[in-house]
Write a protein that binds this ligand. Structure first.
Ligand code: NAD
Length: 353
């Protein structure tokens, strides 16, 4: 079997290469990346060690995709994954990376008779609807008020696939939602398999954490580099909550999806850490204070920014029901892995921060 991994030098893509190489030596791996993400060039050398043929190319350029030999599956991990992307002079670039790129990959699937696995995002869900969730304000985190929420797709387990996707969802979210729709139409029209995984925050060793993407790694790195940090929005309380999932847990599902391409079930599922793997910035900060043993002052900026949401927790019940999937990495294990990686690679972290 030949698998093309796009964004192969990125955080998730490079881990995917490593995981597939370790789990099945018979797979031929091809990776493509345009190295636009700062730090991605660092992973290129590693790809060869995992028997992945690397192509420097752009998924939004037709000839770059059509030049790739025939494949059986494409796992699309290439994107500009920031919720702030496209807001300056980079809207066209965002469309190229996240939407035109999907289009050429789908065309390649059609030509090759290949399947597509898409890593979509929780950012397809409506910011307005997420901001309407009734919350309980606890000492150091928000939680869902189980008694007063009646929105479709919302329960004490978090946000399910039927939650509103009405704009605003950010330009990033819009490119992903549009890609999902296009992918499902190609699946229906041309018959090749498409699986869409809407992921909450994916976190683990090796992420190029920055303030607008990879927040858990970013926070740990700022501690180690003794750089400033702020609780932004929600009164500067740091009570905003996200869940986290480790890439290896995501890959376990992808392996199952590749093994069962033709199941007549929902093609789109939510994947994330869920209630048990959710924590607030304030709780993350406590972890850093304890495990890095640093007494750091955190600045407080009370006002929200336009894409801020107080809470996102994945309800992964559908993935559990259809695929018997559930995350295995705990918050503690993921954070310790991020910290240990950062301590061992501090020079690299300095360069990308
Ligand atoms: N990391 C998360 O928390 C998270 C959460 C939800 C969804 N996702 C999705 O998972 C995927 C991987 O995210 P990540 O965290 O690894 O991001 P990343 O930025 O670490 O990796 C993305 C890679 O894609 C490459 N790339 C960007 N545009 C490209 C193009 N036009 N052609 C070729 N390569 C291109 C970048 O250089 C980078 O190496 C993305 O699709 C993202 O939307 C990530």
């Amino acid at each position: 079997m030949t698998i093309l991994i796009t964004g192969a030098a990125g955080f998730v893509g490079s881990k995917m290469v490593e995981y597939l190489c370790d789990s099945d030596k018979s797979i031929t791996l091809i990776g493509i990346d345009n190295l636009s993400r700062k730090g991605s060039e660092y992973n290129v050398g590693k790809l060869a060690k995992f028997n992945c043929k690397f192509i420097k190319g752009d998924i939004g350029i037709q000839k770059d995709i059509y030049a790739i030999p025939k494949v059986d599956w494409i796992i699309d991990c290439a994107a500009n994954p920031s919720v702030l992307a496209g807001l300056n002079n980079d809207s066209l670039q965002l469309i190229n990376d996240n939407l035109t790129g999907t289009f050429y990959l789908l065309e390649k699937c059609k030509r090759d008779g290949a399947g597509l696995i898409m890593l979509s995002t929780s950012r397809v869900y409506s910011i307005e609807a997420l901001n309407k969730i009734k919350l309980v304000e606890n000492e150091n985190h928000f939680s869902i008020n189980k008694n007063v929420n009646h929105q479709q797709g919302l329960s004490s387990k978090g946000i399910a696939e039927s939650f509103s996707t009405t704009a605003p969802i950010s330009l990033y979210g819009a490119t992903k939602l549009a890609s999902e729709i296009l992918a499902l139409e190609y699946h229906n029209s041309f018959g090749f398999p498409v699986w869409i995984n809407r992921c909450g925050v994916i976190a683990g060793a090796g992420q190029f954490g920055k303030i607008d993407q990879g927040i858990f790694s970013f926070w740990v790195y700022q501690y180690l580099l003794n750089k400033p940090l702020s609780f932004i929005g929600f009164g500067g309380s740091g009570k905003q909550v996200r869940d986290m999932v480790h890439p290896y847990d995501v890959f376990q599902l992808i392996q199952k999806q590749i093994a069962k391409p033709n199941r007549k079930i929902h093609r789109t599922v939510n994947i994330g850490g869920g209630v048990d793997n959710a924590l607030s910035l304030a709780q993350l900060d406590s972890f850093c204070k304890e495990d890095i043993d640093a007494d750091k002052q955190i600045n407080k900026i009370a006002e929200n920014r336009s894409f801020d949401i107080p809470l996102y927790i994945t309800d992964y019940s559908l993935a559990n029901k259809l695929w018997q999937w559930q995350p295995s990495y705990t918050v503690d294990k993921i954070l310790k892995e991020i910290l240990s990686y950062a301590e061992d690679n501090i020079e690299h972290i300095k360069q990308i921060s």
